[in-house]
Ligand binder design. Structure first.
Ligand SMILES: Nc1ncnc2c1ncn2[C@@H]1O[C@H](COP(=O)(O)OP(=O)(O)OP(=O)(O)O)[C@@H](O)[C@H]1O
Length: 527
């Protein structure tokens, strides 16, 4: 996120915003400057002149007061539509990355971080824009009155610019810490509130409270620290600014005594000094705020740098040789060599913890093999590079749309096959009990589908999309024995290649598969 990008996101609106701020600054400055004429007319005892200039001045001030909110609304619109694009890019990024378990990180990026960008990046730019304009116009007016006023202002300004440097690093570090703690808080909410029912069942409110308390405490502490450094920075800037204003008024007074300024000019010089230094204060505070978001902006721009999701060919089979994997600080798991040819139906069995799910992670490219070769095969069982395989997890993922859409995944041309696949996965009897049938909307909150029904929906989805090679992780674990047997018969009757993890299958059911890969504990695999 850069200012240039923000401007470029809608150039005509950007021009309008800049024009509105220029007009606002001119109207405001003229209003102040013309006060000089009112004062000089009072000193001369000219009432008509005084009234005339006072009305002109008031007109200018009213104009400025109307222009500012219009400019602010236009700028807010610009920022929000730009953030909308960023939000879309971030969504695209998470859609494209293969690692799915990042809900809390995504939430943090889409809510907390974008909010932070609005308050600490976009809004300060308004202060900079209006501040710079006010400063230049005021300096121009001071120059018109007496060049030495500008010289003294410049020296005082230099000092004012240097002051914020003292706190810059601290405020940036503190902002980064707030971001880290915010993500941790989101993580805690996701992980602990996700299991609320279970915690209730075991009366574990104390533990829930402790976990969330800790995470929110850390976040509050980091926010407080960030606020503390921002306040110190604000105070330092403010003090330097107040001193500079007093210095300029003092110098204008000397010029008045030496008759280098009229009384009216002396009076408004102070007010222009105030405008210049207030503008500087606003600008420096805004710059500090913007700089504090540097790392955050870098992180977001990396997220926005979306690479296209590669479209890989579909695998029809796989060959595994000398495969070993291990997790950090975990045991090494060795796998037997095996080949699954196109169209074969293979069962993957083994006790808990023998590495069945880990093998799936390697085949899906989510986990790197420590040793060995995994070769995907095409239709003719020839090696294939960078191929994709389908995957059905044990916990079926359904969306809050109709059962039909959950099966077709919004591909209209597949709709005519829905009833056929619904029969194959034994979902028809379940649908018969639902008044809306396949048009029943899946209610994730009230769970209107049972675990077994959800598994059937996901199996139907896989069946209708016909991925040539699918890894299935206990996909019938919640379905009754009779229906499971019928579903397996249907699955085995297709030309799909299937590698299925299953527990507790009867010997008769197992015998229907082409072969079985049995994993054993302690890295002693047996085929
Ligand atoms: N993310 C992880 N980090 C560290 N160790 C892990 C991780 N995931 C799994 N393991 C370990 O790897 C081993 C194999 O686990 P895996 O989940 O592959 O077994 P599994 O055969 O699928 O078990 P189950 O039948 O219970 O699902 C286990 O010892 C497990 O503790």
């Amino acid at each position: 996120m850069t200012f240039k990008e923000l401007i470029k996101s809608n150039i005509p609106r950007s021009i309008l915003i800049i024009a509105l701020y220029i007009l606002y600054a001119i109207a405001g400055a003229l209003g102040e400057y013309l006060f000089k004429n009112s004062l000089n007319n009072i000193l001369k005892g000219n009432l008509n002149g005084y009234i005339y200039w006072t009305f002109i001045q008031a007109g200018m001030e009213i104009g400025a007061a109307i222009l500012l909110p219009i400019a602010t609304i236009a700028f807010t619109k610009q920022t929000q539509s730009y953030l909308h694009h960023i939000r879309e890019d971030i969504m695209q990024h998470y859609y494209n990355t293969s690692n799915d378990e990042k809900v809390s990180e995504m939430q943090n990026q889409l809510t907390g971080n974008l909010k932070m960008l609005t308050t600490d990046f976009a809004t300060p730019w308004v202060s900079i824009l209006s501040g710079v304009l006010e400063m230049f116009i005021s300096i121009g007016i001071l120059l018109k009155m007496n060049w030495s006023l500008v010289l003294v202002s410049a020296i005082l300004l230099g000092i004012n610019f240097l002051i914020p440097k003292i706190m810059e690093k601290k405020t940036a570090q503190a902002a980064k810490k707030v971001n880290v703690k915010n993500e941790k808080l989101f993580n805690a909410i996701e992980h602990w509130l996700g299991g609320l029912q279970e915690l209730r069942r075991f009366s574990a409110y104390g533990r829930l409270k402790k976990q969330l308390h800790q995470a929110s405490d850390d976040y509050v502490k980091a926010s407080k620290e960030s606020c503390k450094y921002n306040t110190i920075s604000y105070l330092l800037n403010g003090w330097a600014n107040a001193l500079a204003q007093a210095g300029l008024v003092f110098f204008a007074g000397i010029l008045f005594i030496n008759r280098a300024l009229s009384f009216g000019e002396f009076a408004v010089a102070g007010s222009f000094g105030f405008t210049v230094f207030s503008a500087i204060w606003e600008i420096t505070s805004a710059i500090t705020q913007i700089k504090s978001t540097k790392e955050l902006r870098q992180e977001i721009s990396e997220l926005r740098h979306n690479e296209k999701r590669p479209v890989n060919a579909s695998a029809y089979g796989v060959s595994v040789k000398d495969l070993k994997t291990s997790y950090d600080q975990g045991e090494t798991i060795s796998y037997p060599d095996f080949t699954i040819k196109a169209g074969e139906k293979v069962l993957l069995t083994g006790d808990s913890g023998t590495g069945k799910s880990t093998l799936f992670k390697v085949l899906l490219g989510k986990l790197k093999a420590q040793n060995g070769i995994v070769t995907y095969l095409d239709k003719n069982n020839q090696p294939l590079e960078n191929a994709t395989v389908g995957y059905l997890p044990q916990d079926p993922i359904v969306f809050p749309v109709s059962i039909k859409d959950n099966i077709t995944m919004f591909t209209e041309k597949l709709e005519h096959q829905v009833l056929n696949v619904v029969n194959k996965v034994q979902l028809s009897t379940d649908l018969a009990k639902m008044p809306a049938g396949v048009d029943t909307i899946v209610d994730l909150k009230n769970e209107n589908l049972s675990g077994g029904q959800r598994q059937k929906v996901v199996l139907a989805r896989s069946e209708i999309h016909r991925q040539p090679f699918v890894l299935m992780d206990e996909v019938t674990s919640a379905i009754d024995q009779k229906a499971t047997e019928k579903i397996i018969d249907e699955l085995l009757n297709t030309d799909q290649t299937i590698l299925m993890i299953a527990h507790n299958f009867t010997p008769e059911l197992k015998a229907k598969f082409d072969h079985e890969i049995k994993l054993e504990k302690k890295g002693v695999p047996r085929k």
